[in-house]
Design a protein around this ligand. Structure first.
Ligand code: ATP
Length: 308
């Protein structure tokens, strides 16, 4: 998923970036080679976002018309609520996010995806993507300054706004340790940031973009506990008041999600809150038990999430 996010996340910023000669030629060629599977309809209108409610209505999808990636998936993300997707590799988590971002259109008979009641096939891709913020696991940064990388989120953002966003994303304290502060160059020709730092830059950028809908892909690899805490805090600030869909790999981080959807072979096999799913003693409960035994920790009070 990160491979797809990266280029598409950048598309919106591409024209400005080309003007500023900030995109490596190689990267640009890669972007232009991305297949465009989706075209706007002739009568496509701009998406009108009111509450930012998302609905998957009986969605089925296959990448190759042979194997099923999603099969009859229905759920709602009510205004401002957080929904987490869990399930083993290949279960269909990324496909849900890709379809909502409209990398692919659903075929006739494949159900509908609605945002505030509008079928996303009927709206312009530009307006759809303007309403959605994406924070991938492996955030892609340009070879330019931190302030430019964060400021992408909103055209013409002021240094104060950029700093405010970096503070909310728990990145400001780190940035001021660099000799050039916000003007520090990152990427191949500058300071190398850790995965957690890059993700916080992406969070700051998304805070500036201020989208009503968020798609998040949690890092799979374990981060050290202080980085993990910083990221969790940054994400809390980001998801507040927005409708969010998060792919979760570590179940402890989504213990407070409003709804957890458990996917298996392209279908939702269980859904509920963390506590409800543990009480169900099914797929989720066994995934939870596996993670507890691998991490060597015992959940306090039985059903409580792992301690921070
Ligand atoms: P992971 O946790 O490994 O990212 P996932 O739950 O996100 O897995 P998906 O990437 O949504 O799973 O994949 C769902 C199904 O669709 C899998 O069977 C996968 O092999 C298939 N699939 C995913 N992407 C493609 C693609 N581009 N072309 C063909 N099949 C694909």
């Amino acid at each position: 998923l990160a491979q797809l996010y990266g280029p598409l996340n950048q598309l919106g910023f591409m024209y400005r970036s080309i003007n500023q000669s900030l995109v490596d030629t190689e990267k640009l060629l890669k972007l232009l080679n991305e297949p465009t599977e989706v075209n706007d309809r002739d009568n496509a209108t701009a998406l009108v976002v009111d509450a930012g409610e998302i609905e998957f209505d009986n969605v089925s999808f296959s990448y190759d018309n042979r194997t099923t990636a999603l099969n009859g998936v229905s759920f709602k993300v009510p205004k401002g609520s957080s929904v987490a997707l869990v399930g083993e590799s290949g279960a269909g988590k990324s496909t849900i996010l890709r379809l909502l971002y409209r990398f692919y259109d659903l075929p006739q008979g494949g159900g509908r995806i609605l945002i505030d009641g509008q079928d996303i096939r009927d709206v312009t891709q530009k307006s759809l993507r303007a309403a959605i913020g994406v924070v991938p696991q492996d955030a892609c940064l340009f070879n330019s300054s931190l302030s430019h990388n964060i400021g992408y989120g909103k055209f013409g953002s002021s240094p104060e706004e950029i700093e405010e966003a970096a503070k909310s994303a728990q990145m400001h304290e780190r940035i001021v340790t660099f000799p050039d502060g916000y003007e520090t160059k990152v990427g191949e020709r500058g300071v190398r940031l850790s995965g957690g730092e890059k993700q916080r830059v992406a969070i700051a950028r998304t805070l500036l973009k201020n989208p009503p809908i968020l798609l998040l892909d949690e890092a799979t690899s374990a981060l050290d506990s202080s980085t993990e805490k910083d990221i969790q805090k940054a994400l809390q600030n980001l998801v507040l008041g927005r409708s969010s869909l998060t792919i979760a790999h570590r179940l402890s981080t989504i213990a407070s999600a409003d709804l957890i959807l458990v996917l298996k072979d392209g279908q939702i096999v269980e859904q509920g809150t963390h506590t409800e799913l543990l009480a169900l003693d099914g797929v989720f409960a066994s995934m939870w038990a596996d993670q507890i035994s691998t991490s060597g920790q015992t959940p306090a009070g039985g059903n409580d999430p792992l301690p921070e």
